[in-house]
Design a binder for this molecule. Structure first.
Ligand code: AMP
Length: 505
């Protein structure tokens, strides 16, 4: 078995690894570090949770330990799709480079330019950035990429989802062609394959098993959900979520609850809180400082339930997450793999439970096809409620007494679920709905405009250069097209579909 000392890393890096408590390299580390140290390009096909961050951070520190940075000319560059992931990569550098003198700067939206400018002016060894923010700095004339010796692209498949590929291509073209490239992606979509064929030179290809397909340490299950009345769907689904959480008992030490839509992230978090649970939302519309605070609280164990959207939780590295709860079936099968990969990390056991509505069954089938497995059906109280087509004659406020939120439960589970769900800690308004956030729930269940995908920096960051965006640029085309419902695309419109051809010439 390969050990870290076999990998020819700098002794100071080895010391930091030992202090971090890591004994043996993970397969992606054992596979990627040797060619990276030999100066070769690396194509790593691995998802988060496999130790892929250290597989580029460790050789980079070793290589950068010699030499000095020049003003405005970073020696290496790490591109990440989201701010959170960029911040996490920066933390990895802090951990593993603590005995090596290295300077780094983090260029992400939501953080002031001034401080970053000062660091870059002095010269940095490592620049960690999201693509939009990096190009903003470049266009302001504050940065030269001609000194980049090593460039990392992390989570390229997510870059593709977020419409960053044109930016990535541009950044590649701004760096010297002699650079070394370390490129990581969980999947190899044709567009990713094209980029790697164009910009990587004879890469060492290391592919590690996906967690979801091996997945022995993640217990998975799906609860089939049928609302009894359309207008009660949201509140019934939230009651089911509470049932699931309570059913897991003490085994659920903390959980990430994924929703497909930002609006649901807010509603679900609010509902859980009103029922006395320790929950907070995180999605791209929240202030960066608030997102960071919430993430820190979750990481530190002060927050038990993190209700999240896919992009906001992307790359979130909390080693001990006991549960992932999918409030919705993700509309992209790949996202299921990413979501459940938040639990069962670093060799621990994890559990992933998903709620599947009737309309989500197609997506569930796509997931099962992708992971080449059937996800076991869990029989939970309220899991299979009255079928949607069952005629309901009673008025909305004539809720049967044995329901949580105005709908009958199956007789099999009635007594179990009543004891929990019928006793919300918050005051229950009259019989219309026991869910204290019913007004929003009604809004949520009412016909909605097509949900906006998570904001990417292009769409969000006001500081982003207008000149680059132009009238047909990504940021604008996303915004406008997202407001139109796209038939046949489900709830998620990948941003690359909205790209104009002109921009890509
Ligand atoms: P990543 O895939 O980079 O997001 O890393 C997943 C988790 O594995 C992180 O919590 C790392 O700190 C941890 N980790 C990375 N390398 C190792 C290793 N060799 N042994 C044990 N844990 C590791």
């Amino acid at each position: 078995m390969t050990t870290f000392s076999d990998l020819e890393l700098d002794p100071k890096v080895l010391k930091a690894i030992a202090e971090a408590g890591y004994e043996t390299p993970t397969p992606i580390q054992a596979g990627a570090i040797p060619p990276a140290l030999q100066g070769k390009d690396v194509l790593g096909i691995a998802q988060t949770g496999t130790g892929k961050t250290a597989s580029f951070v460790l050789p980079m520190i070793t290589m950068l330990a010699k030499g000095r940075a020049r003003a405005r000319m970073p020696r290496s560059l790490v591109l990440c799709p989201t701010r959170e992931l960029a911040a996490q990569v920066a933390e990895n550098f802090d951990t593993y480079a603590k005995h090596v003198k290295l300077t780094k700067a983090l260029l992400i939206g939501g953080v002031s330019f001034k401080e970053q400018d000062m660091l870059i002016d002095r010269g940095v060894d490592v620049l960690i950035a999201t693509p939009g923010r990096l190009l903003d700095h470049f266009e302001r004339g504050k940065l030269l990429l001609t000194g980049v010796q090593v460039m990392v692209v992390d989570e390229a498949d997510r870059m593709l989802d977020m419409g960053f590929i044109p930016d990535i291509e541009r950044i590649f073209s701004l760096t010297p062609f002699t650079r070394q490239t370390l490129f990581f992606s969980a999947t190899m979509a044709p567009e990713i394959e094209r980029i790697t064929n164009t910009f990587l030179s004879a890469p060492a290809r290391i592919e590690v098993a996906r967690q979801a397909t091996t997945g022995e340490n993640i217990e998975q299950g799906v609860v089939m959900f049928r609302y009894s009345r359309k207008e009660q769907e949201g509140s019934e689904k939230r009651a089911l979520l509470r049932d699931i959480i309570q059913d897991e008992g003490d085994g659920l030490t903390n959980a990430i609850i994924f929703c497909n839509r930002k609006m649901d992230v807010d509603i679900v978090a609010k509902s859980l809180k009103k029922y006395g649970m320790d929950a907070a939302p995180i999605h791209g519309d929240l202030e960066q400082s608030q997102r960071m605070r919430t993430l820190d609280a979750f990481r530190d164990g002060q927050l038990k339930l993190l209700v999240a959207s896919d992009v906001a939780a992307r790359g979130l590295d909390v080693p001990a997450v006991s549960h992932v709860l999918n409030y919705d079936v993700p509309s992209h099968a790949e996202d299921y793999v990413h979501r459940i990969g938040r639990t069962g990390r670093a060799g621990r056991k994890g559990k992933a439970i998903m709620i599947c509505s009737g309309r989500d069954e197609k997506n569930l089938a796509a997931i099962e096809k992708l992971v080449a497995n059937t996800i076991p059906r869990i029989d939970l109280p309220g899991g299979t409620r009255a079928p949607a087509e069952t005629p309901v004659t009673s008025a909305p406020d004539a809720a049967t007494p044995e329901t949580t939120e105005g709908k009958p439960r199956s007789s099999r589970t009635r007594s179990r679920s009543r004891s929990r769900s019928d006793t919300p800690k918050a005051p229950v308004p009259a019989a219309v709905s026991a869910d204290p956030i019913a007004p929003e729930a009604v809004t949520a269940d009412a016909p909605q405009p097509a949900p906006q995908p998570e904001p990417v920096e292009a769409a969000k960051a006001p500081e982003r250069s207008q000149s680059r965006r132009g009238s047909s640029s990504r940021g604008q085309s996303r915004g406008s097209s997202d407001r139109n419902h796209v038939q046949g695309m489900g709830d998620h419109l990948p941003s690359f579909i909205a790209l104009s051809f002109e921009e890509r010439k």
